[in-house]
Design a protein around this ligand. Structure first.
Ligand SMILES: [Fe+2]
Length: 391
């Protein structure tokens, strides 16, 4: 018997190489006449947006390009994006970039639809009125933000990454075009795919996981085990980029329904205080957190162990083997190493433990604690931070 569960579908997903050129057609179908295209300066300069821009031009749409999205976008940046939208007479949002661009579009959309300041809407289900229509076009494979109903915003005064989530924040259409990943720098490709792996593993461990989400998460993990190394070495390779890209979207769809776990609780303060790339900090925390959660999710880890087995290991892991759950953790460590991701916080640029007390407190108060398979206290968070420092 399958226990009752709920899954929100989210935006209509349009997946495939070349699909980004239909951005203009999709915008017109939504009634948008003058979209604001949100991106960051790096993506704007990279040429990744060319298919999106040509799609808008071919549809005869005049657009306003807002290329001032920040990494780890702040509360203040959401007000700036909203003001730019209104000053330029826009009537829809196209988020073209990584998680920061997509989260900025969703957050600016909340302000456009509701007024006030972004802090008014932090938390879950606190957005009364809908944003203008949003189309998401990711240029990385990792955040899954194109299909989630949440956004992460840096609360500048409190120095925390606040979560804002509401079904009203879903984009209308997500255009997932793996061809846009071709120009990704290797380290970004590696970090972002580790974000996807973390989403899939944390979603599986959530008390809200269900047969629908677990099936997609397992397939995403299988794709990462098979293609991650190849994709990070050559993001333009369709054989690996396509499955990595779809896996990112699957994992996003799953975690927006199930919630995440304490890898994200710990990663967010590391981002706020030390600006470590989100995927990199997830990769660093994932093995120690898996060890922390091990006893509660042994069966899951046993199932994913063969999927993540490094290619140079010749004897196939048997999920029934007593050592299989632990082998999954070993395989994640091997993947992090092979991808050239820093092994610990110090290597990632965290100079010392000066902020660990407040970071542990912030992590313990984060909403992801409620959907982690094992309850984690502030003391646990402190221990995990220290374990990740030189581990
Ligand atoms: Fe993430």
């Amino acid at each position: 018997m399958i226990a009752p569960f709920q899954m929100a579908a989210g935006p209509r997903v349009r997946f495939g190489r070349g699909e980004a050129t239909f951005t203009g057609e999709e915008a017109k179908a939504l009634g948008i006449k003058r979209p604001m295209v949100l991106t960051d300066p790096g993506v704007a300069a990279s040429g990744s947006l060319d298919p999106i821009i040509s799609g808008l031009q071919n549809s005869g749409l005049e657009y306003f390009l807002y290329n001032e999205v920040e990494a780890d976008p702040s509360d203040e940046s959401m007000t700036r994006a909203k003001e730019a939208y209104e000053a330029n007479g826009c009537d829809g949002l196209i988020a073209a970039g990584g998680g920061s661009s997509i989260d900025t579009a969703k957050s600016a959309g909340v302000l456009i639809g509701n007024g006030g300041i972004i802090h008014d809407y932090f938390g879950f289900g606190n957005v009364p009125k809908p944003p203008p229509p949003i189309i998401t076009v990711p240029t990385t494979a990792g955040t899954g933000s194109e299909v989630t109903c949440s956004a992460i915003v840096t609360d500048t005064a409190r120095r925390v990454k606040a979560v804002m989530a509401s079904p009203i924040m879903f984009a209308r259409v997500a255009i997932v075009d793996p061809g846009l990943l071709a120009g990704l720098p290797g380290p970004i490709a590696a970090g972002t795919l580790m974000d996807t792996l973390t989403h899939a593993i944390e979603s599986m461990g959530s008390p809200k996981a269900n047969p629908w989400s677990r099936t997609l998460c397992l397939q995403a993990i299988a794709h990462i085990g098979k293609y991650a190394r190849r994709f990070a070495a050559a993001p333009s390779d369709p054989e690996s980029a396509d499955p990595i890209s779809i896996s990112s979207t699957w994992a996003g769809h799953c975690f927006t329904n199930t919630g995440l776990g304490i890898v994200h609780s710990l990663s967010h303060p590391v981002g706020s205080y030390h600006h470590v790339h989100h995927g990199t900090s997830n990769a660093i925390f994932l093995p120690p957190v898996m060890l922390f959660n091990l006893q509660a999710v042994r069966e899951d880890y046993a199932r994913i162990a063969p999927l993540l087995q490094p290619p140079d290991e010749t004897s196939q892991i048997d999920p029934a083997d007593e050592a299989a759950p632990q082998a999954a953790i070993h395989s994640v460590r091997a993947l992090v190493k092979d991808l050239g991701i820093p092994a610990n916080l110090r290597e990632a640029g965290v100079p010392g433990d000066a902020h660990f007390e407040i970071m542990a407190k912030d992590a313990a108060e984060s909403p992801q604690v409620a959907t982690n398979p094992v309850h984690a206290t502030e003391e646990d968070m402190r221990a995990l931070l220290h374990a990740a420092m030189d581990g």
